[in-house]
Design a protein around this ligand. Structure first.
Ligand SMILES: *[C@@H]1O[C@H](CO)[C@@H](O)[C@H](O)[C@H]1NC(C)=O
Length: 199
């Protein structure tokens, strides 16, 4: 009798395992982009060396077709408690081109879409939140999400990568930003990006 009870118990436990496995399978997304999935699987199987991306970011705020627009001016009242130089409270929204080289007409890499907001009362310090949307090369169709502090007058700024899509699922890493060119009259700038991402 005891052995029969043990057999029943084993069968019961086996059933639980099968049901649990089926439940896990059912939770997987039904439709998946095979290209992104394949690229991702390939990356995951490699050594834990970050992917290095190098490109240039063009922020044009002046002229007839700016790629970044100011949606909130720094409130006049903020100048009493903060340095006017800081532009505290300003918000710009951007859809800036990313290119292979420092020239605007060099090979397109993608877009930087998001915002930068002056959030430091004493100096020019932005909260920058953006998606890097890749439109060519190995990572065409994939995105990286960045969120961090950008003080544009610093030589090198570091922004954390907080996530990604497509080939960049599970992304983590950082981007180093260095101003390549800045027009102090207009505020237009070209920034060199070195991105190191694990995915
Ligand atoms: C990027 O992918 C899109 C969608 O698959 C495609 O239409 C486009 O031609 C690709 N661009 C490049 C430069 O490969």
């Amino acid at each position: 009798m005891a052995s029969k009870a043990v057999t029943l118990l084993v069968l019961f436990l086996a059933l639980i395992v099968v049901v649990a496995a089926a439940a896990v399978e059912a939770r997987r997304p039904q439709s998946d982009d095979p290209t992104a999935a394949a690229a991702h699987a390939k990356r995951r199987s490699k050594d834990a060396t970050p992917t290095h991306l190098h490109f240039f970011f063009h922020d044009t705020v002046s002229g007839k077709s700016p790629t970044a627009i100011r949606v909130v001016d720094p409130p006049a009242s903020s100048s009493s408690s903060s340095s006017p130089f800081s532009m505290f409270g300003m918000v710009n929204v951007m859809d800036d081109p990313l290119t292979e080289g420092p020239e605007q007409d060099s090979g397109p890499v993608g877009r930087a879409q998001g915002l930068y907001m002056a959030s430091d009362q004493n100096t020019i310090g932005f909260l920058q939140a953006m998606n890097l949307v890749f439109t060519s090369g190995d990572f065409n169709g994939s995105t990286l999400a960045l969120l961090g502090r950008n003080c544009p007058l610093d030589d090198v700024r570091e922004l954390p990568i907080v996530g990604g899509t497509g080939a960049f699922r599970f992304a983590r890493g950082y981007a180093l930003l260095h101003t390549h060119w800045l027009d102090f009259q207009t505020g237009d700038a070209t920034v060199e990006y070195n991105v190191y991402v694990m995915h």
